[in-house]
Design a binder for this molecule. Structure first.
Ligand code: HEM
Length: 428
């Protein structure tokens, strides 16, 4: 089958381009090839990439049952990422409410604020802060707290470590290369993966069994699910809820400090000083400058640059007959940089969200349709509370140590380790 506007390079070359220059490659292909264009990556993955709102709408709404098979060995058959049809809708009805809306999410504010403050307690002026590991630690604590009610419990540290390992695994090449997953003997990566997967399942299962009825955590709410389903969904929430949020907060800190005018305006709004602030009010305020900073962060470089749909059956799309297995990618990165939608798209300008609404197919950092991210509301809330807690306590000096590069981590685009900030002042 001939696919439209292919990138004329072998799959290995295209994968290498993606690994080294993800955004430059996307910009280049979109400008040269038109829409849709076809990318082939190793592991037999073929993507038709689109970015105009009409095509995005079709991808996100016409193929709701197409999902990411690669996650199956890691998250299980009962994960939201893998379920289809009515079972998918039923799990979403159960799992979405604790992450959606002010009454459910607001009460987590104080805890997110306190966990963030605790993580920066020891900093002194002149210290260098490695932003990515710092925010990763906080988001891992927050998600174990919200999902399992146990950021400080006896197994919490073990679960977080296994979680980080699992997240790194699904972010790396192992996910796409079958051979690496297979147990081929004592020294094979597959053997080690199998062992660690069993350890993760055991630790999560023990933590689930230790829930008390009536607890405030998400797993307690889901306890009527059959055990296998509960295990898969718990792992899904722990993995999906941690890494993208950490990356989003890290990027926000980057953009804020790369733009002194933004930093100063934010500082004026937040006020300095260690005094308690009403975390729920800050997190739920959808009309603040901080809110716009978060939305603009997810616009200019969406953490998850594309929402994919994998076809289970042959289908017609934009005048092309596509085989089963083809992937459709609604590329938020490219849509968010279209000058016909976002004026001056390469400039970080939070004000663009004041009084202007974008359609769900113009601005979609959380995907869309029936598979839209269930954590979207919670994630933006958490970004705001973490940023407020950090910026009220610490004043940072930019620029960064070296050039901050964009590093692809499977489905997301993260800042490189060069994202370090120096503490200028600490308010206690
Ligand atoms: C800034 C942080 C986050 C970003 C950028 C993000 C982005 C996304 C995107 C793009 C998708 C795919 C949507 C689609 O295919 O249409 C997704 C799915 C998903 N996300 Fe998030 N996410 C974030 C935080 C979270 C959090 C905090 C949770 C959990 C509490 C979460 C749980 C999920 C789940 C379970 C799905 C699968 C939904 C389904 O297939 O029905 N995410 N996310």
């Amino acid at each position: 089958v001939s696919l439209p506007n292919p990138v004329r390079l072998p799959a290995v070359g295209q994968t290498l381009l993606w690994a080294l220059w993800p955004t430059r490659s996307l910009d280049h292909f979109a400008a040269r090839l038109g829409e849709p264009f076809t990318v082939r990556l190793i592991g037999g993955r073929t993507y038709l990439v689109v970015s105009s709102p009409d095509a995005v709408r079709e991808v996100l709404t016409a193929f709701p049952d197409a999902c990411n098979e690669e996650l199956r060995p890691f998250l299980g058959d009962h994960s939201l990422f893998l379920l289809r049809g009515e079972p998918h809708a039923a799990h979403r009805r159960l799992i979405q409410p604790p992450f959606q809306g002010s009454p459910a999410v607001g009460p987590h504010g104080d805890r997110i604020r306190d966990l963030t403050r605790r993580a920066v307690e020891g900093y002194r002026p002149g210290d260098r802060v490695d932003v990515v590991p710092l925010v990763q630690r906080v988001t891992a604590e927050v998600i174990t707290d919200v999902v399992l009610g146990s950021a400080d419990g006896p197994r919490a540290a073990e679960i977080r470590e296994l979680l980080l390992w699992l997240t790194n695994l699904v972010s790396g090449p192992v996910m796409f290369i079958d051979l690496l997953q297979r147990d081929l003997g004592r020294w094979s990566p597959g053997r080690r993966i199998g062992r660690l997967m069993r350890a993760a399942d055991r630790a999560v299962r023990e933590e689930i069994d230790a829930r008390r009825p009536g607890g405030p955590d998400v797993v307690t709410r889901l306890r009527d699910l059959p055990a296998a389903e509960l295990l898969d969904e718990t792992k899904t929430l722990l993995v999906a809820g941690q890494d993208p949020t950490a990356t989003a907060v890290a990027w926000a800190l980057y953009w804020i400090h790369a733009n002194p005018a933004v930093r100063d305006r934010l500082h004026d709004e937040l006020g300095g000083g260690p005094a308690e602030f009403d975390a729920a009010a800050v997190g739920l305020d959808g009309d603040s400058y901080l809110d716009r900073v978060c939305r603009e962060t997810l616009r200019i470089l969406p953490v998850v640059p594309a929402a994919d749909r994998v076809l289970y059956e042959p289908a017609d799309f934009m005048g092309h007959r596509l085989e089963a297995g083809t992937r459709l990618a609604a590329c938020a990165y490219l849509t968010h940089r279209r000058p016909d939608i976002f004026e001056d798209p390469l400039t970080f300008r939070p004000e663009r969200f004041a009084g202007r609404r974008y359609s769900p197919f113009e601005y979609y950092p959380f995907g869309g349709g029936r598979r839209r991210c269930i954590g979207a509301f919670f994630a933006v809330f958490q970004m705001k509370v973490m940023l407020a807690a950090l910026l009220r306590t610490l004043a940072f000096e930019a620029p960064f140590a070296g050039r901050v590069k964009i590093v692809p981590r499977n489905v997301s685009l993260a800042p490189s380790r060069a994202l370090r900030l120096t503490v200028r002042a600490v308010a206690r």
